[in-house]
Each structure stands twice: as C-alpha cells, then as structure tokens.
Write a protein that binds this ligand. Structure first.
Ligand SMILES: [Zn+2]
Ligand SMILES: [Zn+2]
Length: 157
C-alpha cells in the first residue's frame, strides 16, 4: 500500500506517542523525537499533525494554563495532575465526580458532554527530592553527629 509522506509522518507521531518514551508530550517533545526519523520535518508540521489527530479523536490535547499544551494518546476517561516542580503530567484514572457540577451546568441551560480536570500539585518524586534537600541542611551542620554514609562508588549523590 502506498503511503504518502504525510501519512507516514502521522503514523510515526502516533507511534511515538504510544511508545513509553513520550508521556504526555508537548509538541516540542514530539518534534525532537520525530526528527530522528524525519530530519526535515518542521515544528509547524508537527502541530498540524497533532491538531489533525486531535480532530479525529486519536489523541487528546490537554491545555495547561501558563504551560505548553500537552498531548495524550490515552483517550479513555481520565483526569490529570500537573506537577509544578518537574512539569510532568500524571494520569488520575477513572471518572471525575461531576454530579454537583453537572447539575449546576444543566441548570444554566447547558448540556454537559465531557469534563476533564487538570489539577496542579507536586508529584511524589519531587516531594521526596524536596524532603531530602531539607534533611541535608541540619545534617551538615550537625558536625560529628552525622551518621556515616556508605561511600558511593563514583561519588554520585
Ligand atoms: Zn514532579
Ligand atoms: Zn493522560
């Protein structure tokens, strides 16, 4: 079957998104991943393809205030939480409870088709890093009371 260059690019984008290497990527992240196979592709083409895939319901666009849009190949009902420290977007599975909200919306004369929630917070990894950074200070100043730490092989943290 003959595939146009456009179709090939689109398939490559979808495949990159469905691989584990790209998790809720921004267009720029898709761009740098796709460029490995399509060195001449432009960021504009990436945007066009992402918008096309969104319009076909193949992927979702997640708008985050004051941050670049993210794209998601998981199109089942789920919500997101955005880590304001590392900028990663995490899935919160399942439906968001919209009962109260839906009632209010319908009272306002709307028909609610869907609702996705993007929350902001700090992920567990960043929290752990934050906590260890805090722990370091008193340990440093505690002088001799520091517990011996096993020397790491290459002096990495
Ligand atoms: Zn984080
Ligand atoms: Zn998601």
């Amino acid at each position: 079957m003959l595939q146009t260059r456009q179709t090939k690019q689109r398939i490559a984008i979808l495949e990159a998104m469905r691989s584990n290497s790209l998790d809720h990527p921004s267009a720029a992240e898709v761009y740098s991943s796709i460029r490995k196979s399509f060195p001449k592709i432009s960021l504009g083409t990436i945007y066009r393809n992402l918008n096309f895939l969104c319009s076909k319901g193949e992927i979702l666009k997640i708008e985050i205030p004051n941050a670049p849009d993210r794209y998601d190949h998981r199109i089942s009902e789920h919500s997101h939480i955005f880590c304001s420290k590392c900028g990663r977007l995490f899935d919160i599975p399942g439906e968001f409870s919209v009962l109260d909200f839906a009632e209010k919306v319908e009272r306002g004369g709307f028909i609610l088709h869907s609702l996705t929630v993007t929350a902001r917070g700090v992920c567990s990894e960043c929290r752990r890093l934050g906590e260890s950074a805090l722990e370091c200070r008193p340990r440093k100043s505690a002088g001799r009371k520091i517990l011996p730490i096993k020397p790491s092989k290459k002096g990495k943290i």
